[in-house]
Design a binder for this molecule. Structure first.
Ligand SMILES: Cc1cc2nc3c(=O)[nH]c(=O)nc-3n(C[C@H](O)[C@H](O)[C@H](O)COP(=O)(O)OP(=O)(O)OC[C@H]3O[C@@H](n4cnc5c(N)ncnc54)[C@H](O)[C@@H]3O)c2cc1C
Length: 284
């Protein structure tokens, strides 16, 4: 399948990308092309111009300081999967994205801007309390991942804005994180995905954050799961009980398709949250 005709321009710097975006409302940014080009071939997107940001090296790379891990928007899934500096839940999720070709080309910025409900990284970023750094002609702003994802393929990105990086707080001693999913057997997108991060002190859960996605329109927090586990001794029983609480966080609008209907996805949410909690607790 062919795309409709479009103009192609390569931006050498972030400033150039922002001014090119500003001067043409019909233009779209091109990063790894692994969501945008398929969408164009299916005629779901028909941009008149593509602004290729793929060679802006300032937007690529992982930088860890005492408090924060900063991941440039153009950092690929393969780079994140191979990094010891990012939380385990994120490298684990990146390692399970699609196939090797998708991981080598696809970027974290493109992944979260596209906001596919089956994307893995949004789920992890919501659980980890990440913030998304944006830049446009009006200046910089920062949006909590929890507020960035607004619906099916819908984000808080305003017209003309570029995602520059994602910032993740570094967690302290005694903490562990994990990502688990029920993958679509063909694409590997999450039909149900769950990320968990928790801190354990003398066998007791001191802190916990869980997010789910794949079955909901966007990645969402699961506060009932966290509330059910905090203050409890970590055991198979307390984890199973906490995982069951995800049912009250899911809401009424669950996705359904030929691969998995609503009832199956709902049932699997408890299992996948349990798996993420179990692995995170083992790493804490
Ligand atoms: C076969 C296949 C299997 C896949 N499986 C999975 C999977 O299992 N899990 C998963 O999570 N994903 C999966 N994906 C999606 C993959 O992760 C994509 O790489 C990713 O969603 C998009 O990243 P990209 O860099 O390719 O972005 P592009 O396709 O270049 O862009 C996607 C969108 O983001 C916008 N954009 C890109 N960069 C920026 C930026 N810095 N600021 C603002 N907007 C920007 C573009 O304008 C476009 O609208 C799969 C894709 C394919 C083709």
């Amino acid at each position: 399948m062919y795309t409709t005709e479009f103009e192609y321009v390569r931006a050498a710097t972030l400033d150039e990308a922002i001014s090119l975006l500003k001067e043409d409302k019909d233009a779209k940014l091109l990063a790894g092309g692994h969501s945008l080009l398929p969408a164009m071939k299916f005629r779901l997107a028909r941009p008149g111009k593509l602004i290729d940001i793929g060679r802006i090296e300032d937007l690529r790379g992982i930088d860890k300081s005492k408090d924060t891990v900063s991941i440039g928007a153009l950092t690929t899934h393969a780079m994140i999967a191979a990094s010891d500096d990012v939380p385990t839940a994120l490298s684990e999720a990146a390692a399970g994205v699609g196939d090797p070709q998708v991981r080598v080309r696809g970027t974290i910025g493109g992944n979260i801007a596209h906001a596919d409900p089956g994307s893995d990284l949004p789920i992890v970023l919501v659980a980890l309390g990440a913030t998304v750094q944006l830049m446009g002609s009006g200046g910089k702003r920062s949006v909590a991942a929890e507020d960035f994802f607004m619906g099916l393929f819908e984000t808080a990105l305003s017209e003309g804005e570029v995602i520059t990086s994602i910032e993740i707080p570094v967690s302290g001693k005694g903490s562990g994180s994990a990502y688990a999913k029920l993958a679509n057997p063909a694409s590997r997108y999450a039909m149900v995905g769950a990320a968990a991060t928790l801190t354990v002190n003398n066998g007791t859960c001191d802190d916990c954050s869980v997010a789910v996605g794949g079955l909901t329109h966007m990645a969402i927090k699961a506060p009932s799961v966290a509330a059910a586990l905090v203050g409890k001794e970590i055991s198979d029983e307390s984890i199973v009980e906490a995982a069951q609480a995800v049912q009250s966080d899911l809401g009424g609008d669950i996705l359904s398709d030929i691969h998995a209907n609503e009832e199956y996805r709902r049932a699997m949410a408890t299992v996948i949250v349990k798996n993420a909690l179990t692995d995170a607790a083992a790493r804490a």
